[in-house]
Ligand binder design. Sequence first.
Ligand code: SF4
Length: 343
Amino acid sequence: MQRLLDTLEETHLLDKAGLVRLLEWDSPALIHAADRVRKRYVGEEVHLRGLIEFSNYCRNSCFYCGLRAPNNRIKRFRMDIREIMEYARRAVGWGLKTIVLQSGEDGSYPIDDLCRVVSDIKDMDVAVTLSIGERTKEEYACLKRAGANRYLLRIETSNPRLYERFHPGMSFQNRVRCLYYLKELGYEVGTGCLIGLPGQTVEMLAEDLLFFKRLDIDMLGMGPFIPCPLTPLENEKGGQVPLVLKMMALARLLMPDINMPATTALATMDKNGYQKGLKAGANVIMPNMGRPDYRRLYALYPGKAGSMEDGLARLKSAREIIMKAGRKVGRGCGNRKRVLKKA
Ligand code: SF4
């Protein structure tokens, strides 16, 4: 097994069978190898991305998500443009170099308004990441022209059957098509998966990693599946932290120069989740900079880590976590610096 790991560390290539074997291997050697590769390719900086969740309305019905449209027991909110800008300005004033605008798939914002927000934030000389779901190619293009740099669209699972089981009314092909549109338009593209979904196997997880590598993604967010009340999966078993860490470590070994966050979902499952994620290859943390009362309502899953704190307190604790881990807070926008040539 050690030889398999050494080859992966050296070549950043491995087939599905090899990945499955390493996913089934319980050894700290995997995490240590990922940490070495992280250090060699992306260094000691941890980039902070200021997250603003601006609407919890969503037209979709993903089985695992508390914001799904049929859930009429949660309070919905929608920030207007002025309010989004107020929180973005505050986050930039506190030193953040990337603003991430995230929402459910809420069709009520005219595209021109979204473009205006993007270009007004860009005027503050920071990077803008969008995470607002599936849109038309024309809309992605408008947002890009307005200045958006990056786009996050998680595939959640690269297995079409599993995808369609948990995403009624959605199409796997369209999701993949959107990822290709975003790449064509020149965005830095992020995707990711849930780990521990009912019916998901290690083979499927190995395929997820190969899917990300094939797509040559720039950013990757992976977290445990956390069963959420008032959803069809509320009584299922959640994902396991050690498996998430192994997936992160393998991702870093396969794609050494990507940006990869230690996710809030990981920190929700394990009080040391951010620290463990940083050791397993992560180089990004995304503190929530939105309105505290709205953050509680953005309940993709229960018990979100730190959801009672205000933006400045979250930023301070993210900085402390980075320093305690012996790493440095990133100074620039933290774009992907491609080291490996495109395959
Ligand atoms: S996961 Fe995203 S797209 Fe799916 S229901 Fe939740 S907010 Fe909507």
